[in-house]
Design a protein. Structure first.
Length: 270
């Protein structure tokens, strides 16, 4: 089973972002991939967080979701759609969910995950401050989806720092984690590889983590280094800088085999 992690340098032009998204999905399909994972905020990396509200869609209804559905059916490709804005409770119309819809190879929407952990962080030494809660609502549901590649546990970016979420996904049967991200360059250089490999090793699961890269309209620099990691923590593929994708062949039977041979998950006592 060949899978892809799509890397993008997104901006504030939605049409240009979607054109690039389609181009890279087509390239991944031409490479033989049957599953492709998009990065966080693939339709829009805005100058202001609340600009996302202008393109927010109802679940299962809207031009971005329609385009992904058509592409997945045309290409015969499962698409884990990174994150995009979906409407949230009407008490604040300018705040959205950062949501990850999933499309099967027939174009049907198979699941939607809403980002649980919002990035509210101050990096004092770097004079960087982030408040996703000003423009987003947190989700509250642990979400998996059954695919031909095995059960996938859906997460987004900052979620990777909360290992209890990944334990919950494993307990729900996940053998693959998707981690679409727009990791800052500062935190990415320090922690990206370590966190992702830890989530793979401690859960004996594949990790597919596509990222945004480069500088964006709000001045943020993101880390890129989109990566695919196997359940033993080995890096199968990693992107260089710039737009593109990396692909790797995965074995859906490997997590079960490793979990039987190295039963750390069943040896848990807490």
């Amino acid at each position: 089973m060949r899978v892809a992690a799509i890397q993008m340098n997104g901006g504030d032009d939605v049409a240009a972002n979607l054109k690039l998204t389609e181009q890279l999905l087509r390239e991944a399909a031409s490479d033989g991939c049957k599953l492709a994972v998009l990065p966080e905020n693939f339709p829009l990396m805005p100058a202001r967080g609340r600009d996302k509200a202008a393109i927010a869609e109802e679940p299962g209804d809207g031009p971005i979701q329609d385009r992904l559905s058509r592409l997945s059916a045309e290409l015969g490709l499962w698409i884990v759609a990174g994150s995009m804005p979906l409407v949230s409770p009407e008490i604040d119309a300018e705040r959205v969910y950062g949501a990850c819809p999933v499309y099967n190879a027939d174009g049907a929407q198979a699941a939607i995950y809403r980002k649980i952990h919002l990035f509210d962080v101050d990096l004092v030494d770097k004079q960087e401050s982030y408040r996703e809660s000003r423009s987003m609502y947190p989700g509250d549901e642990v979400t998996t989806v059954d695919t031909p590649f095995g059960r996938i546990g859906l997460t987004i970016c900052y979620d990777v720092r909360f290992p209890e979420l990944y334990r919950s996904l494993v307990d729900a049967g996940a053998i693959i984690f998707t981690v679409p991200a727009a990791f800052t360059a500062t935190t990415g250089e320090a922690h990206w590889h370590t966190l992702l490999r830890a989530r793979a090793i401690e859960n004996l699961a594949y990790v597919i983590a596509p990222g945004q890269c480069g500088t964006h309209p709000d001045g943020r620099a993101t880390y890129g280094h989109s990566i695919i990691i196997d359940p033993w923590g080995r890096v199968l593929a990693e992107a260089k800088d710039g737009n593109g994708f990396v692909a790797a062949d995965i074995d859906p039977s490997l997590p079960k085999k490793l979990r039987e041979e190295f039963p750390a998950l069943s040896n848990r006592r807490l």
